[in-house]
Design a binder for this molecule. Sequence first.
Ligand SMILES: [Zn+2]
Length: 475
Amino acid sequence: ASAGELAVARGAGADMLNALYTAGLVQSGAVRPAARGVRSWPGGTLLPHALGLTGPITAAQWPAAKARGLAMDAVIGQSGLEAAYDDLLRGQDGRVRINTGFDGAVRRTAQLRQAVPGAALVLTVDSSLQKALQDALISQIHTLQTTKAAGAGRECRAGAAVVVDVKTGGILAAASVPGFDLNTCRADYAALAADTAAPLLDRTAQGLYAPGSAFKPAVAAAALTAGIDPAATVNCTGRYGFYNGYQPGCLQYGHSGLVDLCTALEHSCNIFFYDVGRRLGVDTFSAMAQQLGLAAPTGVEVAEARGRLTWSSDGNYQAGLTLMAAIGQGNTAVTPLQLAAYAATLANYGQRPALHYADRAVSAATGETLWQYTPTFTAVQGGEAVFGPIRDGMKRMAQTTRVLREAPVVCAAKTGSPQLADTLPGGSHYVNSVLIGYAPADDPQIAVAVVLEYGGGGANAAPILRAVLDAVFGI
Ligand SMILES: [Zn+2]
């Protein structure tokens, strides 16, 4: 390869190659034929963001590619898993020397180096569950658009959901809607890039969302770790009167009066978490949230946003921000992958799994396993004393929601309805739908996170969890 090289034709067949030889263009060095693999995707709309794309080496990438021994016209992984596992997937180019006569006829060929095919990467993703999850998101977004009132889900256009294996951290499905088709995305690139619904954005890894009340289990974990008695109560009067100026409220669904921790999780009492959050301090419960996986790297192999929590050192900090952060708002914003890691940690009594897409690499020639992912966990202390009451509260919460109560397996869940800055004509705020959950509630195998942008409240995310439970545990 030389700096003056330019691709003049792709997909050249034997006829064209013979013509190039006959014309003497190959012998003179004017044209250099090169074999390059071409990707095709039988399921191009499944997991397109995480799989990623390959492409020619860019000028900025050339020094590193050259050091790896790659040809200047080599195609390398440019995004997603294609980039993360390029070394495994690439294999090695072969080399052949061809001697030709004056007439261009081939006299002798010599194999200088055998080509080595790249390994096959086996993912943890279950393709049928991936399809079921994408279909469930698309279907629910359509239902909300066509059946809900303004501000109650009608404006929903996008969402993301993640399913992980709580025992290994393997990602079983990760859907970002709207998406695209890997087979046509190069041709469609201008339209995809200009689409205001941002189909090229991997919302599972890059979307940042306030968790809303789905954050409350993190505050509960900080409270129980600090030694707060799970039977201790807070009096919910519908309004938090501790501060004179700022008195946020509670909708009091299914509760009022003295509320303990499990009941506060079951019915999402804001007053309980305002009070407990204020007593703990924002830095204490944000630190716990980070340990549980929020605004922390998940371990996933694709590029992910870091996210953020709310801290007393934040530039906009004032006392009211602690109350907002205690119900998962304030400055707090996290990714759906982080929410799934958090849900898995709650399910695992504090054992937080590193998330990953790849399970193993297999030799394309022999089928032999060349590499195997080893699950890793980070422990959050507390065990049954901390995570038992939270699991009880989340199990009870799921029972308050009909679509979850009627699922083929008993699950645990927590919803969130975080407010967006955007307001309706009347002045009330649009809300997202957020949900974390896991199942079976008493012997968790999978953890789930769902976000629907402009979804109209956490309950609207419950049918997505239900679709996952039907797909995994249904008969
Ligand atoms: Zn309340």
